[in-house]
Design a protein around this ligand. Structure first.
Ligand code: PLP
Length: 422
């Protein structure tokens, strides 16, 4: 592989052209493994950022893409419809919590957040009470496009770089009570205060339910989310749940909001939607939200990407959801959770470790100091695993088929790498 060309000319996520870090050449992937060019197998702890929940090169998903390829790869979605999109949306309406039923297919997670925020703005505009501020949580992550970034943690996403261009929204303290902690009612007080003192301008609350992902891998108490829903209901504020990372079983429920027994007015989905095959996302709204949006001055929802409802992506998403439904995904995810809960606590004994936490098929080790990604990555590759930490967070979210022996290999690799490095 022409690694030199890559280093000289290709940007990778969050990288510098002045100081390009090592990139490992992967030539194929199969099941639970990525294969380097030299044949080295790396056990995958990342599911390619939450997406590849069924593992790689899956026969059923390959078949779905191949079958669709022979019919049509893409047609415009304006004025045209097709079975792959219809079948996918039928599944999404059936799987998501009850009042969600109007599906908007789009390109990526960030765009599904843009779409959700635009829906909320058009909703209030249509009601003749324009509001354009969003209330969200510190340590959140909602994507890299501008509106998504504006509701992402101000420090993590470097708001000061874009000051003057980014709209300013309201950030409540992020929840302190962990998922398994005893609930403390004081945890919701900052959120409640910020909501109640800004009611005249808040269009919607947007948050990641139960697990805050890229903004800190924080796993919080379901009652926090329950209180958020109650407060939104009490004050007629829309609730947007960003389930892009948590959706499709990752936390042990099909959608993380089910842990709190709530459903949002608008839900964002992405990442695992296509089983990690292609980029595609969806924003799903209640009939009330959708119909209100469309009763406004514009007479429609003002968004329509070129590749909306792409048939190849729809077909593979459809196959991925069918595979999920047809397999005992919950047993697998809860099995992973059980094994993580057996193995992770002993990592607390390491001096460099501040906290360990887990939920469903997510395991997190938080260190006191930032890890050196370049050196720890080298250690992981030597140990035959693929784990990509950031900052003070070393975390795994493996494909659901990972067995206990493999999980132990991941956790042992983390332990050994931390002992060697810190
Ligand atoms: C990854 C992620 C996004 C952004 O999705 P992209 O497909 O990278 O644009 C938004 N919200 C959450 C919670 C995510 O984890």
């Amino acid at each position: 592989m022409d690694i030199a060309f890559d280093r000289d000319h290709i940007w990778h996520p969050y990288t510098s052209t002045l100081n390009p870090l090592t990139c490992y050449p992967v030539s194929r992937a199969e099941g639970m493994h990525l294969y380097l060019e030299d044949g080295t197998a790396l056990l995958d702890g990342m599911s390619s950022w939450w997406a590849a929940i069924h593992g790689y090169n899956h026969p059923a998903l390959n078949q779905a893409v191949t079958d669709q390829l022979g019919k049509m790869s893409h047609v415009m979605f304006g004025g045209i419809t097709h079975d792959p999109a219809i079948n996918l949306c039928k599944k999404l309406v059936a799987m998501t919590p009850a009042p969600l039923e109007k599906v908007f297919l789009c390109d990526s997670g960030s765009i599904s957040v843009e779409v959700a925020l635009k829906m909320a703005l058009q909703y209030w505009h249509a009601k003749g009470q324009p509001k354009s501020t969003f209330l969200t949580l510190r340590h959140g992550y909602h994507g890299d496009s501008f509106a998504a970034m504006s509701v992402t943690d101000p420090d993590n996403s470097m708001h000061k770089l874009y000051k003057g261009f980014l709209p300013e929204h309201i950030f409540a303290d992020s929840p302190e009570c962990g998922f398994y902690d005893e609930w403390n009612e004081a945890d919701i007080s900052d959120f409640k205060h910020k909501l109640e003192t800004n009611l005249d301008k808040i269009a919607a609350v947007i948050l990641e339910p139960i697990v805050q992902g890229a903004g800190g891998m924080r796993i919080y108490h379901p009652i926090y989310l329950k209180r958020v829903r109650e407060l939104c209901d009490e004050h007629s504020v829309l609730l947007i749940c960003d389930e892009i990372a948590t959706g499709f079983g990752r936390t042990g429920k099909l959608f993380a909001c089910e842990h709190a027994g709530i459903s949002p007015d608008i839900m964002c989905l992405g990442k695992a939607l296509t089983g990690g095959y292609m980029t595609m996302a969806a924003t799903i709204a209640t009939k009330h939200v959708a119909d209100t949006v469309c009763s406004g001055e514009a007479g429609c929802f003002m968004h329509g990407p070129t590749f909306m409802g792409n048939p190849l992506a729809s077909a593979v998403a459809n196959a991925s959801l069918q595979l999920l439904i047809d397999t005992p995904w919950q047993d697998k995810v809860l099995g992973i959770e059980k094994h993580l809960s057996d193995m992770l606590p002993e990592l607390n004994d390491l001096d460099c470790v501040k906290d360990v936490r887990w939920l469903g098929a997510i395991g997190v080790v938080e260190t006191h100091q930032s890890v050196n990604v370049e050196t720890i990555q080298k250690h992981f590759v030597k140990a035959g695993v693929w784990i990509r930490p950031f900052g003070r967070l070393v975390y795994i979210m493996p494909p659901y088929d990972m067995n206990n022996v493999q999980l132990k290999q991941l956790v042992d690799a983390i332990k050994n790498a931390l002992m060697a490095q810190m």
